[in-house]
Design a protein around this ligand. Structure first.
Ligand SMILES: C[S@@+](CC[C@H](N)C(=O)[O-])C[C@H]1O[C@@H](n2cnc3c(N)ncnc32)[C@H](O)[C@@H]1O
Length: 239
């Protein structure tokens, strides 16, 4: 999968996308991540990318010209791959695991990072295919949301995780949370690992994990359970 990230702050991406699973996925050629400096697509002596808002008010707005030029240059360089252009934006559709699964099958994602007071409205209306928000709060720029998307989408690509089935067991993949995890030592400051996990009985361990995952989801986020499972969990809690 290819990611093209358009940003006024390319330096922000140097660390976060160069470690751990994303780094390994890049090394294996599963993902290609290109960070484009918005100023490179700006014209004029000062390579201007922002201007004051029409109608007055504070803050600077990212101009449409450099953003359109950056997206069009990427699309022209890769005419064969189907691409989707996403504007990171607090007004966008909420990014969650379901949306991540849907986007992980795109050949190329072009991520536009807003900054300052925001982005000229024509970008939202005529350049972006969709707007995505990572939550109901306002960040300084779309750079961290873009990193969030690249990281979570990369985990979903076949071969990205050491354990082929890894992402399948993660929270939110199917329904609700992951189960609890324990590692050595079996007793830490008198706190014991549940006996069932030391039993070697795979069937019972799997059932225990399912039950604990469902119990945690019902307690902390019942909205994540499908109606049948929610009914069962509520009945257990009433007893
Ligand atoms: C300071 S914000 C602009 C906020 C804008 N004035 C508003 O109130 O909606 C600058 C940029 O950060 C990005 N951003 C901020 N919060 C975000 C969020 N929750 N999800 C995705 N992008 C976000 C967007 O790209 C936005 O254009």
């Amino acid at each position: 999968m290819d990611f093209d990230i358009i940003t006024a702050f390319p330096g922000m991406f140097e660390g976060p996308l160069s470690h751990s699973i994303v780094r390994r996925a890049r090394d294996k050629g599963l993902v290609e991540i290109r960070v484009h400096d918005l100023r490179a697509d700006a014209t004029g002596r000062h390579r201007k990318i922002v201007d004051i808002p029409y109608g007055g008010g504070g803050g600077m707005i990212l101009m449409p010209g450099p953003l359109f030029a950056a997206v069009e240059a990427i699309q022209e360089r890769h005419p064969a791959t189907s691409s989707r252009t996403v504007l990171l934006c607090p007004q966008g559709a909420r990014f969650d695991q379901e949306r991540a699964k849907r986007l992980a099958v795109c050949g190329r994602l072009i991520l536009i990072c807003g900054h300052y007071e925001g982005v000229d409205e024509r970008v939202r209306e005529h350049l972006a295919d969709e707007e995505i928000s990572i939550g109901d709060y306002v960040l300084t720029g779309g750079e961290i949301p873009a990193m969030v998307m690249v990281d979570s989408l990369t985990r979903l690509l076949p071969g990205a995780l050491g354990d082929e089935d890894g992402a399948r067991h993660d929270s939110f993949f199917e329904e609700g949370f992951d189960h609890p995890h324990y590692t050595r030592p079996a007793s830490f400051r008198g706190l014991k690992v549940p006996d069932i996990l030391l039993s070697g009985h795979h069937g019972r361990i799997a059932a225990w994990r399912r039950a604990r995952a469902q119990e945690a989801t019902a307690r902390k986020r019942p909205d994540l359970l499908k109606p049948r499972a929610r009914g069962r969990a509520e009945a257990i809690q009433e007893h």
